[in-house]
Design a protein. Structure first.
Length: 550
């Protein structure tokens, strides 16, 4: 969409009839602000939604060196963007330009409007999505600032966490950015203090924070609102998010506990072309963004980062044990914790993780190897998507597969795309034997398993997609797994010693009644985004059936 068209979607003007309808959908307070009074500040939590009746409201970006005006809302315009629904802090400030009158609504009231006034809901949600896109694409918007070295594993960890959680930030590279020295002096810091995270001008400064410390400081993590839910979902990938949308929309009090960021493995894909309804493709990040917004619209509660450490049972109720000692009790549990890519396990690999070895291929990683040669390892769709994406950012992509036929595990459309991309070179029957470098990866030694021929590729980056390991190590013996630790589900579990009721298990039910599994973590599942979404949605119908019998 052209920027002009995007801005038209982002900043619509409501008609008198729409404003009247909005007032009839929910109780809105009429407030008056004098010139230069602030409606909400950058970083503020639980900030209100405003519709301008008269006067003007200026939206200001205060995250950089000097305040910048993003837009000015006049009569019929409204404030807000995605943060309004997700519970994240305000990314900007809103200031009355002159004496102004506005209708003020809480986030709960806004959610009520979105669920009861479909026409207004479409206008507001499309505006929120478009505004976030404009901020993401703006070169003038700073957001958080991350100062650190491209060769630091902690810098990569911080950048990776922010990128996966769709937090807008600007990275200042110690090795390449001329602003770094000045900023470090301004903050009274040295290179040894990095990585540093700065926000809101000089209001927030964190030195090498853990992911949880960072999440708490910038408002990504929200405290749980209650301890007993109708449905708890472990995992915020496609299956978990689909369950959250359907569960919350059907009246179940629903919580999603996600250990890192919404989206799962799919959230790291730069182009999904075979997902129904998106003929031109969609990035995993966009899909996750929209799903999170949808889940929040219906009232699901997403808690990130919230690793689950264990599972116990109190009579019929599952009890989830969280890192830090908190517990969450639910009437039903859906395990959608997904799987993670296997480590390469070759000599030197562990030392270079985050400094040349990566398990995702997004803009975050592509920034580190612009114009260089890179290696992608794997023969599945994720590896194919990564190779095609990286080919537009690097000089050359070596695609290494253990077998001799790329069509064996990869969709034919991706194979054709790879064959038609001149700077992708396929190396069949090839594995990495060793990785070398000093502060970062500089080369890999490879071997052809058929001929025994050895070689060296001078590359600063290896991207690995070599199969998945399920995230099931936190589960007790009551949840039966197969030989590869994927969760077993379905009627065959009726013979399990852990099955305690007379009926047959539902198709997605585990060996424990009321505990379901969906998506990549489930034994025998189809490893596709559409399949995971379908299972997550189907699980809700089974949850209703289970709750009827309680």
């Amino acid at each position: 969409m052209a920027e002009h068209d995007l801005r038209a979607v982002a900043f619509p003007t409501l008609s008198e009839a729409e404003i009247t309808k909005l007032g009839s959908c929910a109780h809105a307070s009429l407030k008056r602000y004098r010139a230069k009074e602030t409606l909400f500040h950058i970083g503020e939590r639980d900030f209100k939604f405003f519709v301008v009746k008269s006067g003007e409201v200026e939206i200001v970006d205060e995250s950089g060196e000097a305040p910048q005006t993003i837009t000015v809302h006049g009569p019929g315009n409204f404030t807000g963007e995605v943060s309004q629904l997700t519970g994240s802090p305000a990314m900007v400030s809103a200031i009355a330009r002159g004496d102004s009158e506005v209708y003020e609504m809480s986030a709960d009231t806004l959610r009520q409007i979105l669920n009861t006034c479909p026409d207004l809901s479409d206008v507001i949600l499309q505006a929120f999505i478009a505004r976030r896109q404009l901020l993401r694409e703006s070169e003038a918007f700073t957001g958080l600032r991350v100062i650190g070295s491209r060769y630091s594993q902690d810098t990569f960890r911080v950048r990776d966490f922010l990128a996966k959680n769709r937090v807008l930030f600007t990275w200042l590279d110690l090795e390449a950015d001329p602003e770094v020295d000045r900023l470090l002096r301004q903050f009274g810091l040295a290179e040894a203090d990095t990585p540093v995270v700065a926000a809101c001008g000089h209001k927030l400064l964190l030195r090498n924070p853990s992911n949880r410390e960072l999440a708490d400081a910038i408002g990504v993590h929200r405290p749980l609102e209650q301890t007993v839910y109708d449905l708890a979902v472990v995992g915020g990938g496609p299956a978990g998010l689909a369950a959250a949308v359907y569960g919350a929309s059907e009246g179940l009090s629903t919580v999603v506990l996600e250990r890192t960021a919404p989206g799962g493995q799919a959230g790291m894909s730069m182009r999904i072309e075979n997902y129904l309804g998106f003929p031109t493709g969609i990035t995993g990040s966009e899909l996750a963004d929209r799903a999170v917004l949808q889940a929040n619209k219906f009232g699901a509660f997403l808690s990130v980062p919230t690793p689950v450490a264990g599972l116990a049972f109190d009579k019929a109720y599952p009890v989830l044990e969280l890192d830090g000692g908190e517990t969450v009790v639910a009437k039903c549990l859906l395990i959608a914790s997904g799987a993670e890519y296997r480590r390469l396990g070759v000599d030197g690999c562990e030392d270079f993780e985050g400094r040349g070895v990566y398990y995702a291929a997004t803009f975050n990683e592509a920034q580190l190897c612009q114009g260089a040669d890179v290696v992608v390892v794997g023969g599945g769709n994720s590896a194919g998507q990564a190779a095609v994406f990286l080919s537009s950012h690097t000089r050359k992509v070596y695609l290494l597969i253990r077998g001799g036929d790329l069509l064996k595990n990869m969709s034919s459309y991706l194979v054709r795309r790879i064959e038609q991309t001149s700077n992708i070179e396929l190396l069949c029957n090839t594995t990495i034997r060793r990785m070398t470098g000093n502060s970062h990866l500089t080369a890999v030694e490879i071997v052809d398993s058929k001929t025994g021929q050895e070689g060296t590729l001078d590359v600063p980056a290896v991207f690995s997609f070599i199969g998945a390991v399920p995230r099931t190590d936190w589960l007790p013996p009551e949840i039966e797994r197969d030989a590869k630790n994927f969760i077993r589900t379905g009627p065959s579990l009726a013979e399990s010693p852990h099955w305690t009721v007379k009926r047959q298990p539902f198709i997605l039910e585990t060996s424990r009644p009321g505990v379901f599994a969906a998506g990549d973590v489930r034994s025998g599942s189809v490893k596709r985004v559409a399949s995971a979404v379908g299972e997550g949605a189907m699980a809700i119908q089974l949850v209703h059936e289970y709750l009827k019998g309680m």
